[in-house]
Design a protein around this ligand. Sequence first.
Ligand code: NAP
Length: 249
Amino acid sequence: MTGTLLILGGTAEAAALARLLAEEGGGPRVISSLAGRTATPRLPPGESRIGGFGGRDGLMDYLRGEAVGAVVDATHPFASRMGWNAARACTALGLPLLRLDRPAWVAGPEDRWAEVESWDEAIIHLRRTSKRAFLAVGRQELAAFAGLDQLWFLLRFAEETPPLPPPARFTLIADRGPFTLAGERALLQEHAIDTIVCRNSGGTAARAKLSAAAELGLPVIMRRRPPRPEGPCVGSAEEAAIWVRSVLS
Ligand code: NAP
């Protein structure tokens, strides 16, 4: 197989696709791209590059310079800016683009979810009902919660770097997971959590906290995913590899 594939990554699914293509052998040249948010990223097999491209135009320059023949947008469901830039750049250059998106979580009968569109909406719920919340959101989203000085927050990130801006009252745990049901249940009980705030990221490891919440009868404030560009989309690295073989042969 010939050609160059660019994987926009930063997720387990992106790394799984790079691994799958490397294991198959004889496939395209694969470049995985990471934004550079973590100091010690786990680099997938194959080539990788780190850092933003400089918007749509910078990405177009990069795609031309590396003679990229196809792109897989496997960024996190809540990292949508990169996906919109990729869609615009690929449309302008006539390149095939696939979205690899892990399926969203769906509430079961035992789940007590309040689904919200924004953090402002989440905060209205929190002020009404919570004193001790597990704030399972991205670092860059903490600003929305900084003024809530009546609440205490449990934060968990991959790295111990202090959050900026920090909530008024919080405890920070550094842990990359994977997280188990028993571990999440113990964590929620140990910190006397009364509410979980999170985004509908999907995936199995991060689901454990929701299963633990359901078992303990705890409410979850769940933020819905932002809109994505129209286009082909698959839910697994295996399906993405089939697409790669079909467009880069
Ligand atoms: P974002 O809002 O979509 O992207 C912001 C900017 O970061 C983009 O415009 C782009 O800069 C750069 N960027 C993003 N992903 C990139 C990639 N894979 N390679 C090169 N540059 C990239 O994304 P974000 O929410 O800041 O997340 C950044 C990265 O962390 C993503 O790759 C995502 O998969 C990963 N991640 C995010 C979350 C999350 O909760 N948001 C969770 C886990 C992992 P330029 O415009 O300069 O090209």
